[in-house]
Write a protein of this length. Structure first.
Lengths: 512, 130
């Protein structure tokens, strides 16, 4: 087959151009002119060959980058062929070019439009860069995660250490009473190991009542740990150790809340053996001291009575008679205090024995009103008895003690009332309970005082400043008896408006 | 003259009770249960006022001993104590009737003297009172 070199240029896909360098007056190459181009030129440049022959590039497509002319200038000057890639803004394309010198001022160039490849390449590079950035960001995140993980582990270790260092026993359970957590103190007190209790129900570590009856936590702890409630078990409850010995315990049960939901309970408890022993010793001491005090006080009481009965005493100046009255009053006060102290120590030592008998509450209340009405009248206090249940059934209880309890409430209501105030005693029954309310219109009790009102020797701020006579034992006795009988005592009060004490007793009280 | 035996270790009580009762009755005194028991059996008083907590022999032991004696079995006894009626004392006293029971610091002197006078004016007791 016949062909010549020209055919090669005519048929190839790459563009070909033969160009002549154009120089300025100083002999510096400033442009080049197309001498001849092949048919592929049009495809590669978007410009028809006939339109460019004999035309200067700078005129045809002004604004070409200087790198083109610099490249060809070097080529023409030193005759070294060039293979390069470059973009051309006027053509709006990128080219791969092979160029070589032809004679003095001419050069040939074979070129391919690589705009698409270049763009792809650029895009790939961009993607690559983005990927690198993402990788860096990911690595940073990973690093942060590692740090956070380490911090959490440290925190968790700290939490565990804290839990384990708490001196009180801590047991956390879920809603089904399964033990989730038990701290070291709890394990030490109960004699259990982690392995023993894992997956156990707290009901298996039964709490006992003083009588040794198991306390069913199913029925006890979880209900009292209802939303918003914290509760202490009766102070006479016992925890049973692994070896079946037991110790008295004070337990506080609190619900574990996650948002609005209760997800379990937390029991915090301690062994109160020591405290009990100290308390017992204290009670015994108080009891002994009170007994010893009663003899001299009783003697003084009788002698004063004898003195007052003497005929000649009536001739004493009024002032002196007043002194004797004062001595008598204060001696009686001391005797009363000693009496209360003895009652308290007997309750604390569990020595109280009831003498239950069928008691008519109305008769009892009427007799209290009768006894208190003189003191009430002195302050012009209106003492009212409101019977809401006609003929309440008789209650089998130690009448003297019940009288002591209610009288305490009524006396307080008069004592801490405003002059010309009102004391209302209300009595009613429901299906199971006898409810006696004593309401006054007095000074009221602050929320802070209300919380401690029923504790031993506690006196409210008002009581301390306005009335020096109380012993701080009255309401403690009320609560002790009420609870021993299976009942409750509660108070509602608004400062400066008054207080209402509610004594609720089962119609069939426990006899102590 | 009717006799009252006061068995009490606190001299202040003895003194005052004697003052109040002297004149109406012949007063005998003993400062512990043992002496009191001897004097009771020897003098057979119409009434014994008996303290509980005393040295050498306490009141309840004395009373138990007294009730073994033919006179003592029916002797009138008022227990005067500073102890409150605890169940064991009550149980003991029920077995050891006839007697009365007063907590000194809870009883006024007047009331006690009235009770004594009333008791002394009654014919001798041969069976349970109260």
């Amino acid at each position: 087959m016949d062909f010549n070199y020209k055919d090669i240029f005519e048929t190839m896909d790459e563009g070909f151009a033969c160009c002549k360098m154009i120089y300025d007056d100083a002999g510096m190459p400033i442009d080049f002119m197309f001498i001849s181009v092949n048919p592929a030129f049009a495809k590669q440049t978007g410009t028809v060959g006939a339109d460019v022959i004999g035309k200067r590039v700078g005129v045809l497509k002004p604004g070409a980058e200087t790198h083109w002319i610099a490249m060809y200038k070097e080529l023409v000057q030193n005759g070294n062929s060039k293979h390069f890639e470059n973009t051309s803004t006027p053509f709006g394309m990128a080219y791969e070019v092979y160029a070589w010198r032809i004679g003095e001022n001419h050069f040939g160039a074979i070129f391919t439009n690589i705009t698409l490849a270049q763009r792809t390449h650029d895009r790939l590079q961009l993607i690559n860069m983005e990927l690198k950035k993402s990788k860096l960001a990911l690595m940073n995140i990973m690093e942060d995660l590692e740090i956070a993980k380490a911090t959490i582990e440290v925190e968790k270790a700290k939490d565990e250490a804290m839990l384990n260092c708490i001196g009180e026993g801590v047991i956390a359970t879920d809603n089904d009473n399964n033990i989730i957590v038990m701290n070291n103190a709890a394990k030490a007190m109960l004699g259990w190991k982690t392995a023993d209790v894992t997956g156990c129900k707290i009901t298996q570590l039964a709490l006992q009542t003083a009588g040794g009856k198991p306390l069913l936590l199913d029925n006890h702890l979880v209900p009292i740990a209802e939303p918003g409630r914290e509760d202490e078990t009766d102070p006479t409850h016992f925890f049973v150790r692994k070896d079946l010995t037991r110790f008295p315990t004070a337990v506080t049960v609190t619900p574990i809340k996650l948002g609005d939901q209760t997800i379990g309970t937390i029991e915090i408890f301690r062994d109160v053996t020591q405290e009990r022993a100290v308390d017992k010793a204290k009670s015994e001491f108080i009891s002994l001291a009170s007994h010893q005090l009663r003899t001299p006080l009783g003697i003084v009481e009788w002698y004063l009575e004898a003195l007052e009965a003497e005929q000649e005493i009536k001739n004493l100046p009024t002032q002196a008679l007043g002194y004797i009255t004062e001595i008598r009053k204060n001696n009686e006060r001391t005797l009363n205090l000693v009496r209360n102290l003895l009652s308290v120590s007997r309750i604390n030592q569990g020595e109280v024995k009831d003498k239950p008998a069928a008691t008519d509450i109305i008769v009892l209340l009427k007799s209290i009103v009768h006894d208190v009405h003189i003191a009430a009248a002195r302050k012009q206090i209106n003492l009212k008895l409101a019977v809401h249940t006609i003929d309440p059934p008789p209650i089998t209880i130690d009448g003297l003690r019940l009288r002591e309890v209610i009288e305490n409430l009524v006396t307080n209501a008069v004592e801490y009332n405003k002059a010309t105030g009102t004391v209302t005693i209300t009595v009613e029954t429901d299906a199971h309970n006898l409810i006696v309310q004593v309401a006054d219109t007095g000074v009221g009790i602050s929320p802070v005082d209300q919380r401690q009102l029923f504790t031993k020797f506690y006196r409210t701020q008002t009581a301390k400043t306005s009335n020096t006579r109380g012993s701080g034992l009255g309401l403690y006795l009320v609560k002790s008896y009420a609870e021993a009988w299976g009942g409750t005592i509660a108070v509602k009060s608004t400062e400066h408006e008054g207080s209402t004490f509610t004594l609720t007793l089962p119609l069939a009280p426990i006899n102590i | 003259m009717q006799q009252i035996l006061i068995i009490e270790d606190e001299q202040a009580y003895v003194h005052l009770l004697s003052d109040k009762l002297r004149g109406k009755y012949k007063i005998l005194t003993a400062e512990n249960g043992k002496l009191g028991l001897e004097m009771a059996i020897e003098n057979q008083p119409e009434l014994i006022l008996l303290d509980n907590v005393m040295p050498i022999m306490d009141g309840m032991t004395m009373l138990a001993e007294l009730r073994r004696d033919p006179y003592g079995k029916i002797a009138n006894v008022i227990i005067l104590t500073n102890l409150e009626a605890s169940s064991s004392i009550i149980a003991d006293t029920i077995k050891a009737l006839p007697l009365y029971y007063f907590v000194k610091s809870d009883t006024s002197l007047d009331v006690l003297i009235e009770e004594i006078d009333e008791l002394m004016s009654e014919p001798p007791v041969n069976s349970l009172t109260r």
